[in-house]
Design a protein around this ligand. Structure first.
Ligand code: NAD
Length: 257
């Protein structure tokens, strides 16, 4: 099993116990990491504090990724508490409801901007804040979560697919910028999982069924399985892997007719 003892990590994107980011937090904590976890707004604070109570000595911080002052405060607090940072997990994504219901061609400028800002630009902002703290540790690992809708059309995924395409391209550019500092940047492209974010995609159950019918493993994936792959990429076993989008989807991405 990967050993993350002595490492500290930041996890952004926990909404509730079903969040992929929460499964990754649990797996990283089991591997020995000390964690800072964030919540978006007061609405989610209690959820995240309740979950974090099961971690050892966590730092719990507010972080709306559209708010530069909050982002700066997160890294200042982490610096004070941990004196550096070894990994970041980015699991924040959002698109306005109407952009997921109407045809893609109807996407408004505001919805497009909001989806790209929250779901893609935020990785760049987090990487910029984390890099100086990681340099002090001699390097680090940054991981985001994406979906195959970046490359293929899934009904109703719409502007989120465009945001994921920008996110995956950002992974490659960030990996190129930060690689010389020993900082790796990767994504996991997870198969569909019923979470709060997924509830915003109408017809999501049909997508799940498609994976059960057609993925080589003939099933969907679980958050714990994504978390196991995440711990590999965050820790020493993944030390030569960067600029990668790892498919954790039961093989669905490889299917054609
Ligand atoms: N569930 C799936 O089927 C699936 C598949 C592949 C990839 N993903 C991706 O995994 C990631 C995590 O999603 P999830 O499925 O666990 O759902 P989730 O709803 O549990 O997590 C999404 C998170 O984004 C956060 N968020 C939204 N706007 C934010 C903002 N302005 N500032 C800070 N945080 C903000 C929410 O608070 C929430 O914690 C997302 O990037 C999602 O696109 C999900």
């Amino acid at each position: 099993m990967t050993d993350l003892s002595g490492k500290s990590g930041l996890i952004v994107g926990i909404a509730n116990k079903r969040s992929i980011a929460w499964a990754i937090a649990q797996a990283a904590a089991r591997a020995g990491a000390r964690l800072a976890v964030t919540y978006q707004g007061e609405r989610l604070e209690e959820n995240v504090r309740d979950l974090a109570a099961s971690l050892t000595d966590p730092l719990v911080l507010p972080c709306d990724v559209t708010d530069d002052a909050q982002l700066a405060a997160v890294f200042a607090d982490i610096d004070r508490a941990f004196g550096g940072l070894d990994f970041v997990v980015h699991g924040a994504a959002y698109a306005p409801r109407e952009a997921l219901d109407a045809p893609f061609v109807e996407t408004s400028r505001d919805a497009f901007r909001m989806a790209l800002d929250i779901s893609a630009y935020s990785l760049v902002a987090l990487a910029r804040g984390a890099a100086p703290l990681m340099e002090r540790r001699g390097g680090g690992s940054i991981l985001t979560l994406t979906y195959l809708g970046s490359q293929r059309v899934f009904q109703n995924y719409n502007v989120m697919g465009v945001a994921k395409a920008a996110l995956e391209a950002s992974v490659r550019y960030l990996a190129a910028d930060l690689g010389p500092k020993g900082i790796r940047v990767n994504a996991i492209s997870a198969g569909p999982i019923k979470t709060l974010a997924a509830a915003g995609i109408s017809g999501f159950s049909a997508i799940l069924q498609q994976y059960r019918d057609r993925a080589p493993l003939r099933r969907t994936v679980e958050t714990a399985e994504v978390a196991d792959a995440a711990v590999f990429l965050l820790g020493p076993s993944g030390r030569a892997v960067t600029a990668e989008v790892l498919m954790v989807d039961g093989g669905y991405h490889a299917t054609g007719m």
